[in-house]
Design a protein around this ligand. Structure first.
Ligand code: PLP
Length: 444
């Protein structure tokens, strides 16, 4: 019997023992095509020789040195790599160990910025329902996933207002086009700022493409630009959470590049280290950096493992591989081909409501009735059944259930590695089809 407290305590898990490109191999030798990169993490697949070499090389030199004593070559080089490619003036970086820590850090940077800028009343945050920003208490407070929040609600931050997501499949009315829908949803931000008191709002946080909670839902074009304008109008900072959708997942290094928007703070993690080491980062604007540097000169924050030398060396190798192997082009072309293949296979399925996403970040939403978009009864746990059936066939896909103002549904998230080839793509579609049919048979 395992001594590990797994999330699903009564579930039996195969023992992962090896990796081979896009495949994970268990102790019995069964191969699983990693079509979700775990949770959109393993963007280079498994056992990548160059990354392993970089980690070994760093370990031979120095595994770790505390950042209150030293900086390190890999962390400085990684900071240079990221900031020189980031849009706008995101020209400083803070390294942490994952996505939750990155968002905690971003919230604290926003708060400290306003304290140092002489606006100490700015202590409120605005976020969106149907978002996920992590499981630490600050990140969970701005998160909008009711399932994850429920138990902890009494101990979450009370200075957070949630507005609606930009989720066209569910939210767009028949009497409005996409642009009008985007304007209406962005205007919810302005209303929330005005209701909260503009001089008390520190930041708005959202995912440019919503991952775990909705299943690869990009905001409609124009939405984020209007959000940026509204933030600027009221002096509110914009935090974009690219923990899941960033680092090339949608076809550009930063997802927000496709929306033509530059945030004040950008968080990333998963694809940053591709799972080879735990690492996350916050990119921050010159304005925030200069204000704190020219004020107290110290960021009141820190974790033991920030700027971890081995994690940074792994991440640097991952990022250089993505660039030097031209993998973003593959993300774009394979992503388009995957979308076409999913549409061709599932587009007429009476229980597939929507197929969406960008790059190699795709979501399939399941419905009981396509016409009415009625979801399946949540107690049927359709998404978990699909995951189970897929695993039984050697395919990893990431299940999820969203909640929109009382509605709860099922989706499957696909986030295969950037090294995807045509044969892998075909295997994904075949196995997903079989898993979906088997799971639907159980609930219909
Ligand atoms: N933000 C987003 C958008 C995520 O998808 C996740 C994890 O799924 C997180 C934050 C939290 O990241 P971590 O699990 O590395 O703490």
């Amino acid at each position: 019997m395992t001594k590990i407290l797994h999330r699903q305590i009564h579930q039996q898990y195969p023992v992962a023992a090896g990796g081979d490109g896009p495949y994970v191999i268990d102790r019995e030798g069964q191969r699983y095509l990693d079509a979700s990169g775990g949770a959109a993490v393993s963007c280079l697949g498994h056992s990548h020789a160059r990354v392993i070499e970089a980690i070994k090389g760093q370990l031979d030199k120095l595994a770790y040195a505390h950042t209150s004593f030293f900086t390190s070559e890999p962390s400085e080089e990684l900071a240079e790599h990221l900031t020189s490619r980031a849009p706008g003036e995101l020209n400083h970086v803070y390294f942490v160990s994952g996505g939750s820590e990155a968002n905690e850090t971003a919230l604290k940077l926003a708060r400290q910025y306003f304290v140092e800028a002489g606006q100490p009343r700015r202590s409120n945050f605005i976020a969106r329902r149907q978002s996920y920003h992590g499981n630490t208490l600050g990140a969970l407070s701005v998160g909008g996933n009711p399932g994850r929040r429920a138990v902890y609600d009494p101990i979450l931050m009370k200075n957070v207002t949630h507005i609606g997501p930009c989720y066209a499949y569910r939210g767009q009315r028949n009497d409005e086009d996409e642009a009008a829908y985007g304007r209406r949803m962005a205007d919810e931000l302005e209303e929330a700022i005005l209701a909260t008191g503009p001089e008390t709002v520190a930041a708005f946080i959202c995912e440019p493409v919503v991952g775990a909670t909705l299943g690869a839902v990009p905001a409609v074009r124009g939405y984020l630009q209007r959000v940026r304008e509204i933030c600027d109008r009221y002096g509110v900072l914009l935090i974009l959470d690219e923990v899941m959708c960033g680092m090339g997942r949608t076809g550009t290094l930063f997802a927000c590049e496709q929306d033509g928007v530059v945030p004040d703070l950008l968080t990333c993690a998963k694809g940053l280290g591709a799972g080879y080491q735990p690492i996350g980062a916050v990119l921050l604007s010159r304005r925030i950096f200069d204000t704190i540097a020219g004020g107290s000169g110290a960021f009141q924050h820190g974790f033991t493992y920030i700027g971890h030398a081995t994690a940074c060396a792994a991440s640097l190798a991952v990022q250089r591989t993505i660039e030097e192997d031209g993998l973003l082009a593959n993300v774009k072309s394979q992503g388009e081909a995957l979308q076409q293949a999913l549409k061709a296979r599932f587009g007429n399925n009476p229980h597939v409501g929507d197929i969406r996403g960008r790059g190699l970040f795709r979501g399939i939403e399941l419905v009981a009735d396509r016409g009415t978009k009625e979801p399946f009864d949540p107690t049927l746990k359709l998404n978990a059944r699909i995951k189970k059936e897929a695993m039984a066939r050697g395919l990893m896909c990431y299940p999820g259930g969203g909640t929109v103002d009382g509605w709860r549904g099922d989706h499957i998230l696909l986030a295969p590695p950037y090294i995807l080839e045509e044969a892998h793509r075909e295997e994904i579609v075949e196995k997903l089809d079989a898993a979906l049919s088997a799971a639907l048979e159980q609930v219909t």
